[in-house]
Design a protein around this ligand. Structure first.
Ligand code: IMP
Ligand code: MG
Length: 173
């Protein structure tokens, strides 16, 4: 199998946009200690760059789900692999995802997190593919809107490969 990764968003481009998102997120909650929940594993680099660009206090937690929604099946079945460590009551939560595709994974996550009674719940996604959406899910902060390409790098994988790339590229075989 030989695949090619064609660069789409350079490392500089990613960093510049993430710095803007950090400012925007802080502007919307000037005094809050924001509680970021990274969705493993795709969001790890985005989350770590985002919080380091963010002025003011924050705390971090992680959640992991397995999604069957992005592949050949579209059952919308999502399974929790790792829950967050802390409760969410009285917290201002920002869910951090790598990409919203059909939206099924994010809709599931928002449902279970909202049920835990956070003071506020907002979502930041680095990438969005609106043409693939199957459910109308709210995303408060979007880094880049992209066409219907399969992308890898900067946390995003194909069968666990390519996550380490410092840029995002389109995978073609
Ligand atoms: P959704 O439930 O269809 O929105 O799927 C979201 C999940 O599918 C993301 O969190 C990614 O893990 C994965 N995914 C969707 N599109 C891509 C892509 O282009 N590259 C890599 N992973 C993707
Ligand atoms: Mg993901």
């Amino acid at each position: 199998m030989s695949s090619t990764v064609t660069p789409l968003l350079t490392a500089d481009h990613l960093q510049a946009r993430i710095a803007e998102l950090a400012v925007e997120i802080r502007r919307d909650a000037p005094d809050a200690e924001l509680h970021f929940i990274g969705v493993l594993k795709g969001s790890v680099f985005f989350l770590s760059d985002l919080v380091r660009a963010l002025p003011g206090a924050c705390t971090l937690d992680f959640i992991a789900v397995s999604s069957y929604a992005g592949g050949t099946t579209s059952s919308g079945e999502v399974r929790m692999l790792k829950d967050v460590d802390r409760g969410l009551q009285d917290r201002d939560v920002i869910v951090v995802e790598d990409i919203v595709d059909t939206g099924l994974t994010l809709a599931y996550l928002q449902g279970i997190l909202r049920a835990r009674g956070p003071r506020s719940l907002r979502t930041a996604c680095l990438l969005s593919k609106p043409s693939r959406r199957k459910i109308d899910v709210q995303v408060d902060y979007v880094g880049f809107t992209i066409e219907d390409h399969f992308v890898v790098g900067y946390g995003l994988d194909f069968d666990e490969h390519y996550r380490h790339l410092p840029y995002i590229g389109v995978l073609t075989s």
